[in-house]
Design a binder for this molecule. Sequence first.
Ligand SMILES: Nc1ncnc2c1ncn2[C@@H]1O[C@H](COP(=O)(O)OP(=O)(O)O)[C@@H](O)[C@H]1O
Ligand SMILES: [Mg+2]
Length: 267
Amino acid sequence: MNMHLRHSTSHIPAYAPAGNECVLFETAWTRQLPLLLKGPTGCGKTRFVSHMAAKLGLPLTTVSCHDDLAAADLTGRYLLKGGDTVWVDGPLTRAVREGGICYLDEVVEARKDVAVVLHPLTDDRRILPLERTGEQLEAPGSFMLVVSYNPGYQSLLKTLKPSTRQRFVAIEFDFLPKAREIEVVAEESGLDAARVEPLVELARRLRALKGHDLEEGVSTRLLVYCASLIDAGLDPREAVRSAMIEPLTDEPDVRTALLELMQAVIR
Ligand SMILES: Nc1ncnc2c1ncn2[C@@H]1O[C@H](COP(=O)(O)OP(=O)(O)O)[C@@H](O)[C@H]1O
Ligand SMILES: [Mg+2]
């Protein structure tokens, strides 16, 4: 593969690709295009970004967006330090200055003014205007903006505006096919593949209930937790209950139905 490795390849977080996303990421980076990752929680988006950042030898700045996060939290602000006011860069500004990857996780959660600072960075100007300091930072060629969001989650109110969405190359993520997911969960937890198989089977059945009884299906992350508990010696049914059922629902009826499904699949 044609890679521009700038540092050693050690300590690259493991990532099992579902398709062509690694090539797509690298090509987007080479061509200085921003990237949007869509997909359910716990399916590997964050892992993918850390894997790619390490592979490309780029520093990674990750920001978990929340409903209080404003543009100034990303760009920076003047702070009082011993009687002086000093400008302190926010994480986005730092990533632009150092030419790294800035990953805004769950970007739809952030306040509206965040879109305003992202716009000039996501078109061919690639600039970050810092209104407060009067600076206009030009992003170096190696800088890349990556954002993620979970389109199915919550309501239609929490979605990206088309004018923002259409500035990104987008990759849709979903859970891995069964055999790959078994490999990933076995690798991450240390539990044998043969013992992981029924857990993944159950997860797939629970995912099929999404939209009916459940808002969200079991993530790969929860599968890894569950397999880790079993690998550490916990009784499998107890592990499934704590890592795959209790986190999904607070409704007693739904929980009972899920536990029945578990009895059928996990011995
Ligand atoms: N394709 C994958 N390759 C390796 N590990 C994965 C993969 N998908 C999910 N995982 C495992 O699931 C966990 C949660 O994934 P994460 O990237 O945090 O999900 P997301 O960011 O989509 O919510 C990871 O820490 C890792 O253990
Ligand atoms: Mg994540």
